[in-house]
Write a protein that binds this ligand. Sequence first.
Ligand SMILES: [Zn+2]
Length: 322
Amino acid sequence: MDNTKKDLTIGVDLGGTNIVSVIVNSQGEIISYLKNPTFAGRGKEATIRRIIETIHKNIVQSNLAPSNIRGIGIGAPGPLDVEKGVVYFAPNLPGWEDIPLKKILEEEFNLKVVLENDANAAVWGERCWGAGKGINNLVGFTLGTGIGGGIIIEGKIYHGHNYGAAELGHMTVNKDGPLCNCGNYGCLEAYSSATGIKNRIRERIKKGLRSPLLNLDKTESVDTISLKSIFEVARQGDELTSEVVEEAITYLGIGVANMVNILNPEMVVLMGGITNEGDKLLIPLRKEVKKRVFPTNYKFLKITIGELGDKAGALGAATLLW
Ligand SMILES: [Zn+2]
């Protein structure tokens, strides 16, 4: 590697639980990786200090001269303004309101800083270095506590009029559906996110259903159960969980199908915890999508799982500088 050139960038993925920082070269190789807890509960100032600390530590850990670094890309939860570099609001980061994150980091590091929505950054990571490498029309779903999304059109992230596009988790899939965190009823997130699935199970416990296999008999007990166990017992025909899991996959299929008929992408990439289910998720999901979209839109469509795991966001953010 030629260290006289500024051929390295820093990518940061700011999450409610962890901050991931990577130093990446122009081939998408990670030179240095660091993951730190966010401690979001300690408030706005502490979280900002934590981001700065993580980046500094990663530079020190890499043994690289800061002069080789071209800039910092950071993926943050939104809504935010990419151009102004301001995070307006972040539900998982208490106290975060109108934070000029780009300016704060530029002043601290004296480097160019690019801000992006975290889900957009993750999808961009997969587009550049993962499952979607070289794919120019791509839709990505990040399936975690909530559901985020990213849309790549003709090789570019689609932001919408004021950076609010691709909130795929908040498309309405059922007008009479459950209340979502966003205030709307029947959003995809209310069915197919980890939170949605657990809430649906809680509702069924209240109605008197039980799961002897999971020892689920109180609504509080749902908090400690992993998504993996829920899917496992659902497949064994567990009464409490099987309908909820089936419903989660069906509604995800509806959400994917909607995007496929609107945008006719070449690929839909799925990311996040639920994708650990692999083919057990993909097979019924593809079936659901196929049932609902134009055959011509399905014919060449790939529905696949991301390859970069929890590094997708940071890698994507780092690549925004190129
Ligand atoms: Zn919603």
